[in-house]
Each structure stands twice: as C-alpha cells, then as structure tokens.
Design a protein around this ligand. Structure first.
Ligand code: ADP
Ligand code: MG
Length: 269
C-alpha cells in the first residue's frame, strides 16, 4: 500500500469515527464527503437478539434434510459486518456491481452512495414501468454474473439492491451464512428469493406487474446463466407437495403467496 493511500485510509476512518460520535447508535446514516463530493452511508453492527433461535432453526432444518431453508443470518453480526468490506472489494475487482467501500472499522462499514433501494423503485410510481423493467433486467444480469462465478449472495431481495437509474448494486451479503448446503443449492436458493421478492414487493404495493416482472427476471437470468436456471426449474418445479400445500395456505400472507407464485413460475417456465 502506498504512503498516500495509507494516509487517505486513516483520514477516512477518522472522518467516519467523527460522524459516529455524532450519530451514537443510529444503525445506518449518511454524510456528505467533501473530498470526493459524494454521499457515504455508514452501517453499524447491531447485536443479534435471536442468536439462540437462529442456531436452533439452522440445526433443525439441517437435521431434517432441509438445509436449503435454513436462516442465512450469521448469529455473530459483528463478524459478518467485518467480513463485508473485504467481500465487497473482492467482488468489485471481479466485475460484480456492488457499492464502493469508503472505509471500514471494527464494527462499522462505510460505503459510497449507490442509489435508491430497488424495492422502493418497484413500489413507487415515480419510477415508470419502463424503468422498473430496466431495473429488473439489470438485477437479473448482475445476480447471474455472481452465480456464474459459483458465488451466492444469501438473500438477494430487491430491498438488498440499490438502483442509480443505470446500474444495480448488490448490498448486504451478511445473510449468506449457509452451512452444509452445496453450491448449486445456495445459488438456487438465491434465485428463488430474488424472484419471490419481486412478487412480494409488487403485491404489497398493490401493483399487478409482479408476474410480468418476475417472468422478465427469470428469462433474463436464464439467458445468461442457463445451467442454474434449468437446475432451479427442475428442483423447485418438482416440489409438488409443497406447491399443493402453498396453494391452500397462500391466502395467509404475502410471503406464502409470493413463494407460491415463484414455484408456479418454475413449474411453467
Ligand atoms: N451504499 C449505499 N447507498 C445507498 N443506500 C444505502 C447504502 N447502504 C445502505 N443504504 C440504505 O440503507 C438500507 C439498509 O442497508 P442494508 O445494508 O441492507 O442494511 P440492513 O442490514 O439493515 O438490511 C438500504 O436498503 C438502503 O436504503
Ligand atoms: Mg438489507
């Protein structure tokens, strides 16, 4: 590392620490960095209140042979956040679109502004339907690029993606802590959660564009990442008992309804 780089890094850490002193325990906040003329978001680690429950449900799903359904959150939230900066830097070097790291500390990470939460863009009318389609295509392509490297995100919901009008950035890799799950299944799980979030966000906002956008997402993804698209189609398309069960339970809430719709998409694609 050059001396100049080290000085800059130290200055940035000092700047964030100064902001942290002013913001106290606020989990996520932003400030304007005059040096780069850009907004920076700071996220602080939060204590995981349900660590025992997370450990139990992970153990139970693995024991029952349903490891693909285990919760992806790391019971050690501080460690997960500490790993995040390195992970984002490596992904950026490999051409995956993620927010650029400004600086990182022991229990915080600071990222340059990478746009608006993608879920908000899907929900709101300020974003035209054409823009929503561009966003979905960019998201499906970015996820397919990640998967084609054999890597997974963990929970690529629209709310964990940022949209700047041109580019989608993947955020929040902390929920990718999966134990005893083969690579193929981690990746398929990502695809399921991504498509499910499209149905869910659209339905919760009272929009009927969910099925069309999810279809667009799947066809875009499949054009780029044929192997995992076919694998997911076969794997989830064959879950007939779960599909029938969800067909009965789907009226119980938007989560079940969106999983049902996603399984239906895999069966019909
Ligand atoms: N680099 C960034 N650029 C723009 N918005 C951001 C950035 N980082 C975080 N945010 C905002 O903060 C929200 C929460 O960030 P996230 O990392 O997903 O934390 P959480 O662990 O709470 O889900 C995002 O949905 C987004 O609205
Ligand atoms: Mg998040």
């Amino acid at each position: 590392m050059s001396e100049l780089h080290e000085v800059r890094t130290a200055e940035r850490i000092e700047r964030v620490e100064h902001e942290l002193a002013a913001h106290g325990t606020e989990r996520i906040f932003s400030f304007f960095d005059e040096e780069s003329n850009r907004t920076v978001y700071v996220k602080q680690a939060e204590p995981v209140h349900n660590a025992a429950w997370l450990r139990f449900s992970r153990w139970a799903t693995i024991t029952l042979g349903l490891g693909i359904l285990q919760p992806g959150a790391d019971p050690d939230g501080e460690k997960a956040l500490r790993l995040e900066a390195g992970r984002l830097r490596r992904l950026q070097d490999r051409g995956i679109s993620v927010p650029e790291v400004y600086a990182a500390g022991y229990n915080w990470i600071a990222l340059y502004d990478a746009g608006e939460n993608a879920a908000v863009c899907i929900r709101k009318d300020v974003c035209s339907y054409e823009e929503k389609r561009r966003l979905i295509v960019a998201a499906a392509e970015n996820l397919a690029s990640l998967h084609s490297m054999g890597l997974h995100h963990g929970r690529p919901h629209l709310k964990d993606m940022l949209w700047d009008g041109e580019t989608i950035s993947l955020l929040d890799f902390e929920d990718g802590y999966l134990i005893d799950v083969a690579r193929e299944k981690r990746i398929m799980r990502d695809l399921l959660l991504f498509l499910q979030s499209i149905y869910k966000e659209a339905a919760e906002a009272g929009k009927d564009c969910g099925p069309e956008l999810a279809q667009l997402a799947f066809s875009t993804y499949a054009a780029k990442e044929t192997y995992y698209a076919s694998y997911a189609k076969k794997y989830f398309g064959d879950l007939s008992v779960l599909y029938l069960l969800l067909g009965i339970l789907r009226c119980a809430g938007s989560d079940l309804e969106s999983v049902y719709q996603t399984l239906k998409l895999f069966r019909q694609a």
